[in-house]
Design a protein around this ligand. Sequence first.
Ligand SMILES: [Zn+2]
Length: 147
Amino acid sequence: METRAEFPLPDVAWEPTREFWSAAARDELRLPRCASCAAFAWYPGERCRSCGGAQLAWERLSGRATLFSWVVVRHPFLPQFRENLPLVTGLVAVDEDPRVRLPTRIVECTPEELAIDMPVEVVFRDLTFPGVAGHVRAPLFRPLAAR
Ligand SMILES: [Zn+2]
């Protein structure tokens, strides 16, 4: 049975992104792709924004991307984030189509190491917050050279 995640965990039961979170739980990065024109339909909607096609299939991606932009969060806007600071939230452009930018967190590096267009790769982590029940497995990104 599916239960709704408690804020600030992502809501994994919300229909438009349910498949995204369910793939992440299997350590897979998947995005909806149009069966007619092959464009990625991100952010997920009911139809392809390129051609209007209604047949979207969740395709597995390589997990490779480049850093498009980021913000270093040092102030705890929510008390649940306090123990995770500083953290880096960012947009990564996926290699399969750099027009597709995923909101994510950049991990395993210091803010000083970040640079525009640096290659990153997906890494799956369980998001947890103090005082919040449960966890959600989420695709985060780290510098490709961080191995
Ligand atoms: Zn299309």
